[in-house]
Write a protein that binds this ligand. Structure first.
Ligand SMILES: [Zn+2]
Length: 541
């Protein structure tokens, strides 16, 4: 017995010696000039993404991957960055973005890179390029600084098969849509997104969504949803998102969870209780959220009833010309300003970008109503909303959420951080500040100032949690063998600076951002490196 133990001990010593010699060998065999690593990041507080407490250490990178993590790495490296006690974290994975708005013009995506984001996922809210393959090929050819992947959008699929109309699909049409979802998955989507709040998603019965979700799930994908309603029917919508996962047999995910409209504030508690109950019975449901109490979408989507928008722009304009149609539309708009995205007052609606009049960016619906010669009442503002749509429409920002709901949702264990942002052209229009500030804001405001989250948990919500949700096995955690996507920041100074009044301001506190082993941002500047890759979902992998 003793001998066997000793033998086993000896055997394991041999293995250890052998392993040590293998890792040391290249250094000695190849001679003096060949460094062991391309890069060593030393003297950091390592927050590894799993939620575990940070520890002091160094991270070594060889090629595009993490080669070693240890308390101290002394072997020679082509480059050493001493981060002086800053946090070394996995690069952030933004699971919900509209990056295709702008990434072609700005492939460096500095708004994302400068806040530590190393991966953005497109195709949200039911809206994706279709077919997906040419878009992903275009992204590959573009040479971006950060990685990009995509969902396939149910709304885009439905539009392609039956248009933006309010009717049930025939069995034949459902088969066609399933075919398009499968094609999207095989092209590399991470799953199917829905935008049941938007036209044409809003015209889709739940059963039809479930049939398509099953197809995405069979190929390993997940379902993520901009829910049908974030206001009065919030809880019905949460139940619907859960049912899609439960009956569709795939993971399901609530995008940018929010509670819209003063009358609904506080309902985040019930919303999270539904999520908890679903998880208790085995439904894999998760959440993402941006850390702002204002949302952003088109003025038409936010403030015009869906029936007015059915069938496209010409049909909408015809309805608004008809006096009966206009009165009925106005009643709906009044309700949506009063109880929903309008936040109860036209001054809570801000313009991000109006194609027909760029000077309106940053102004409010109240400002414009006054400018058009009327008192800024809700009824007068409703007229102006219809006028805006007739002029060609605006992107808007809608201040209609409460800080209390925001924090409650953020703290929930299954909530991840995601921007819902885009790649703005620097200085143009007045976009929602989330595109510039989301991740830095969570670290600065909700970790350091409000102490709503620990640093480790916040990083987990930005890295390991979205990586796991997407099935990305080689990113999101700092560990030997994982891809070299890394964000380095000073936890004492990290902060967002973009505001609703002055959104074009980069986050502060990040010293280096690394993608696939290459430094894309350092000393306050983007480098010329463009190591970003297209990431593919399970149907293609
Ligand atoms: Zn959305």
């Amino acid at each position: 017995m003793k001998d066997r133990i000793r033998n086993r001990f000896l055997a394991s010593s041999v293995v250890l010696l052998f392993a040590a010699s293998v890792s040391v060998n290249p250094l000695h065999a190849e001679g003096d000039s060949e460094p062991a690593y391309d890069l060593v990041i030393s003297n950091g507080r390592i927050v590894d993404g799993t939620g575990s407490p940070w520890f002091t250490g160094d991270v070594a990178i060889r090629g595009d991957a993490i080669a070693k993590i240890a308390p101290s790495i002394a072997e020679p490296a082509a480059r050493v960055i001493d981060v002086g006690g800053s946090v070394i974290a996995p690069g952030f994975i933004d699971i919900h973005t509209h990056a295709r708005r702008g990434i072609t013009q700005s492939p460096a995506a500095p708004n994302y890179a400068r806040q530590g984001v190393t991966t953005v996922i497109e195709g949200p809210d039911g809206s994706s390029p279709l077919p997906l393959a040419p878009f992903l090929a275009e992204m590959e050819a573009l040479k971006t600084s950060i990685n990009i992947g995509s969902f396939v959008g149910q709304g885009s699929v439905r539009s392609a098969v039956i248009g933006a109309v309010n009717r049930k699909a025939t069995p034949d049409e459902v088969q066609k849509m399933i075919g398009l979802v499968e094609q999207g998955m095989k092209d590399g989507a991470f799953g199917m997104s829905t935008g049941l709040f938007y036209v044409p998603g809003t015209f889709t019965p739940t059963d039809e969504v479930i049939e398509l979700a099953k197809a995405a799930g069979r190929l390993g994908g997940i379902h993520e949803s901009h829910q049908r309603d974030d206001a009065a029917k919030l809880l019905d919508s949460v139940n619907e998102t859960i049912a899609i996962g439960e009956k569709g047999h795939l993971p399901t995910h609530i995008s940018h969870a929010k509670v819209v409209g003063v009358a609904n504030w506080g309902r985040s508690a019930e919303m999270l209780a539904l999520v908890d109950a679903a998880r208790m019975r085995g439904v894999d449901v998760t959440i993402d959220q941006y850390p702002y109490t204002a949302s952003s979408t088109s003025v038409a989507s936010a403030l015009i009833p869906a029936w007015v928008l059915e069938g496209g722009r010409e049909a909408t304009l015809a309805r608004l010309k008809d006096s009966g149609g206009r009165e009925k539309a106005k009643a709906g708009i009044v309700m949506m300003i009063r109880d929903e995205r309008g936040g109860g007052d036209p001054k809570n609606v801000q313009f991000a970008n109006c194609g027909f009049d760029p000077s309106l960016a940053g102004k409010t619906l109240a400002d414009l109503t006054v400018k058009r010669g009327k008192a800024p009442t809700i009824r007068n503002a409703a007229e102006v909303v219809m006028w805006i749509v007739e002029q060609g429409g605006c992107q808007g920002i809608f201040h209609a959420m409460s800080e209390r709901d925001l924090v409650r949702i953020l703290k929930h264990p299954v909530t991840m951080v995601a921007s819902d942002g885009e790649v703005p052209v620097f200085g143009r229009a007045n976009p929602h500040p989330r595109s510039y500030g989301t991740f830095a804001r969570v670290l600065g405001v909700y970790v350091r100032e409000k102490k709503a989250l620990t640093l480790e948990d916040a990083v987990r919500k930005m890295s390991a949690a979205p990586a796991a949700r997407l099935g990305l096995a080689d990113r999101g955690v700092l560990k030997t063998g994982m891809k070299g996507d890394i964000a380095i920041f000073d936890p004492a100074t990290v902060r967002d600076t973009a505001t609703f009044q002055k959104p074009h301001q980069y986050a502060e506190g990040f010293s280096h951002v690394i993608v696939n082993g290459e430094v894309i941002f350092e000393r306050g500047e983007m480098t010329s490196a463009r190591p970003g890759r297209v990431l593919f979902g399970p149907g293609r992998r």
